[in-house]
Write a protein that binds this ligand. Structure first.
Ligand code: NAD
Ligand code: UGA
Length: 464
């Protein structure tokens, strides 16, 4: 089946960039990205390409090229479903907050709603593609919902039919466009070779065929969760070693370099930091934990759960260390926070280590001056306003200098390039002595900070 019209349900961090790249590479396909969030759609349609809802290097140029030609953003969910030959479900799948499996299993209500919308409004044969990250066997749920409508539509002499494929997304935020243009692999899970071929033809326009992997649908769903779990596990592993380095005089950067030279281990994802954040690592591991428990494998569940608990421990460890270095009390002390996004080159703060660390510092009575070059002020306010506590205890500032004026310490939590070029001699004159830099991202030049008369703690540095 040759695809001419695609609808993507969900104009978020995945739906937006993924569809922009498909539109760029497949000018013969009309790509409609739909969302129920009107504000988000308006931002996607903004005349100023700096106002797109997602900050992602290279995204603006692609949207500029394709929008209004073969890439469209709208809230017309039903109409675009009706027109589509292929529908990507790219909606949010957060961890359930109440009911059975709360705190672990992901909430499928948005996926279910999307499947029902597809069932009701599609016409003819439609290929439904799972783009969201889903627990194993979700395709079964989607198929069941679609089947019930297929039976109904036979009664109404309005024949509809469906194929369901799994095509998980592996892009990372901040490098999404590059990841989409040059993926390590594209995974397609399904059982109908014709449907798989329809999707393969789309990717083949820019991805070498050797990188397009086919699996059964359950392997595809599980491979996505496993991939994130393995990546997160590396970060938790290196963060435990950072703590050991600090106690033993070793340096985690040197340890990472040494182990990364082993080609079996590899050098990527070995940077110790303030703990992994982002919308997916924690949720996907907890999902895996739930699946293991559900299938009667408690040891497997405990193993993966420890990756998340080490991450929590690590974040609190950093907060405790800051308190200890500042003489055990933060009451009324000003602290500059450099970086709030969960990593550089994104405006996303979901599960950012900065949220937990800032909350810990506020809990101790600190006054925070927070700077981030891309995160909106209102987002930081939302993330820190919990139970209406400490509302007047932080200020969001526009530049690094303002964040470090009259502070006892600076805490670097996101590896924004700007933070590596700070003139510490100038800053030192404005800081309260003894002043501290807590560099959780290994981004500043340690000697320059020391030369400026400021104390420094670096993650995993046993010599500081
Ligand atoms: P997101 O929250 O940024 O976007 C999801 C969008 O779906 C929202 O704008 C929401 O309004 C919309 N939506 C929900 N239900 C809808 C419905 N019935 N009709 C129309 N719109 C609807 O989420 P995201 O970060 O893009 O993640 C989407 C999925 O992709 C998740 O399963 C996630 O685990 C997975 N994923 C995310 C990333 C990432 O880097 N963010 C990477 C790979 C995979
Ligand atoms: C991650 C995966 O890398 C993607 O492949 C996946 O598609 C995506 O999750 C998803 O499913 O959502 P992302 O969360 O955008 O992507 O960002 P990463 O680059 O993986 O970073 C995650 C967290 O780990 C960040 O807080 C980052 O600072 C931290 N990290 C990463 C480290 O602390 N050290 C490292 O060496 C690497």
């Amino acid at each position: 089946m040759l695809i001419r019209n695609i609808c993507c349900i969900g104009a978020g961090y995945v739906g937006g960039p993924t569809m922009a790249v498909i539109a760029l590479k497949c000018p013969h396909i009309q790509v409609n990205v739909v969302d129920t969030n009107k504000e988000r759609i308006n931002q996607w349609n903004d005349d100023d390409f700096d106002n797109l809802p997602i900050y992602e290097p290279g995204l603006g140029e692609i949207v500029k090229k394709c929008r209004g030609k073969n890439l469209h953003f709208s809230i017309n969910v039903e109409e675009m479903i009706e027109k589509a030959d292929m529908i990507f479900i790219s909606v949010n799948t957060p961890t359930k907050t109440k009911g059975v499996g709360a705190g672990k299993v992901c909430d499928l209500k948005w996926v279910e709603k999307s499947a029902r919308q597809v069932a009701n409004f599609s016409k003819g044969h439609t290929i439904v593609v799972e783009k969201s990250t889903l627990p194993v066997r979700t395709a079964e749920v989607i198929q069941l919902i679609l089947n019930s409508c297929q039976n109904q539509s036979k009664l109404e002499f309005n024949n509809k039919s469906f194929d369901v494929l799994s095509n998980p997304e592996f892009l990372a935020e901040g490098t999404a466009i590059n990841d989409l243009l040059k993926p390590d692999r594209v995974l397609i899970g399904g059982d109908n070779p014709e449907a798989i071929e329809s999707l393969r033809i789309i990717y083949k326009r820019w991805v070498p065929e050797s990188k397009i992997l086919e699996t059964n649908i359950w392997s595809s769903e599980l491979a996505k969760l496993t991939s994130n779990a393995f990546l997160a596990q590396r970060i938790s592993s290196i963060n435990t070693i950072a703590a050991l380095c600090e106690s033993t005089g070793a340096d985690v950067r040197e340890v990472s370099r040494a182990i990364g030279r082993d080609s079996r281990i590899g050098s990527k994802f070995l940077d110790s930091g303030p703990g992994f954040g982002g919308s997916c690592f924690k949720k996907d591991i907890l999902n895996l934990v739930y699946l293991a428990e559900y299938f009667g494998l408690p040891e497997v569940a405990t193993f993966w759960n420890s990756v998340v608990s080490i991450n929590n421990w690590h974040q609190h460890r950093i907060s405790k260390l800051i308190i200890q270095k500042l003489f055990g009390s933060l009451s009324g002390k000003k602290i500059g926070i450099l970086g709030f996004a969960f990593k550089a080159n994104t405006n996303d703060t979901r599960e950012s280590a900065a949220i937990q660390i800032c909350k810990d510092l506020l809990e101790e009575g600190a006054i925070l001056l927070i700077h981030d070059p891309k995160v909106e002020k209102k987002k930081i306010d939302q993330d820190l306003s919990y139970e209406n506590k400490y509302t007047n205890s932080w200020n969001i500032v526009d530049c690094v200098e303002e964040a470090l004026e009259n502070v006892h310490a600076a805490v670097i939590l996101t590896e924004w390039q700007d933070y590596s070029n700070i003139n510490w001699h100038e800053i030192s004159l404005k800081m309260i002595k003894p002043a501290w830099i807590f560099d959780a991202r290994s981004i500043v030049d340690k000697q320059k900070v020391l030369d400026a008369g400021i104390n420094i703690w670096r993650i995993g540095d046993g010599s500081t």
